[in-house]
Design a protein around this ligand. Sequence first.
Ligand SMILES: *Cc1c(COP(=O)(O)O)cnc(C)c1O
Length: 357
Amino acid sequence: MTKVHNFSAGPGILPAEVLKEASEACINFENLNLSLLEISHRSKNYEKVMDEARSLVKELFEVGDAHEVLYLGGGASLQFAMVPYNLLRENGTAAYVNTGVWASKAIKEAKIIGTTKVIASSEDKKFTYVPKGYEIPADADYLHITSNNTIYGTQMKSFPKSPIPLVCDMSSDIFSRKVNAKDFDLIYAGAQKNMGPAGSTMVMVKKEALGKTGRNMLSMLDYQVHIKGGSMYNTPPVFPIYVTMLTLKWLKKNGGISWIENLNQQKADAIYNEIDRNSMFHGTTAIEDRSFMNVCFLMNKPELEPEFDKFWKEANISGIRGHRDVGGYRASLYNALPLESVNVLVEVMKAFEKKFA
Ligand SMILES: *Cc1c(COP(=O)(O)O)cnc(C)c1O
């Protein structure tokens, strides 16, 4: 198989050894002579998978028993609704920071559930920066933020000191860097960006934050029901959870968060340095808010895009066309992407400049 340098924004790259082990489990899981896909989720073998997938999150986040970890269906998008449904009191207010398309979608759902205030936004500059220095209303039920804005390539380098429960959509930078997870009442992430394949969403929630809304809760949308069921109230997405577990194990085995943070920094430095040096390209966001996960850049002469496309395709690079809202290019540097792939892209950008500048 030709080695492809996969910069896809999501679903994103997974470690090759994880894909290999997952493919074997599809045929013969743990020498049962059965596929992982055809055994009960309540079997001993699968319960072990679920336990490990949950405990690895706590271990990597360094949290204790105050938090619970769930794997749910419905994508991060369902969490846009479940968060206010579980945390926003009937007469309460929720506070949101609007940093892009995903945050806007979360706000849209919260407004249907209850009173929702947008306390800061970067919409005035097409979401090319992260708002800072805003006032957090002390009487709101929670503050919702998005740690990394996948489409625009901006990232919160530090988190607001919040006097109220802090909720974060970490879909596209979870486990890419050290965060003080204990400071958050709820963290959620669709697995398909940086944790595993599509089909399951990780939710880590502080137990004491729940059960306060006064709402008569639908079972499937109630975190407490899922906690009580050990994340198996109904049949969970067994395969995505298994692959997520393998990916987290891979991360831990290689050195955990400090290892990956260092590697991600090297990858981001390599490509941003080239964007800033190369006369053919420019970055799209405020420099201090540049994402280490999704690197957006534009061509100074957009008419040369078809020529550049030939260059990177020739080098077996895949998935760097920008999101339709931003255009140009977006290189996603998720955990499983090796530094070598970034170096290949940098060489392609250099060669392109040599020919066309
Ligand atoms: C991709 C993404 C989502 C949406 O995830 P789904 O699992 O497709 O619902 C939400 N938030 C962020 C930050 C994302 O990158």
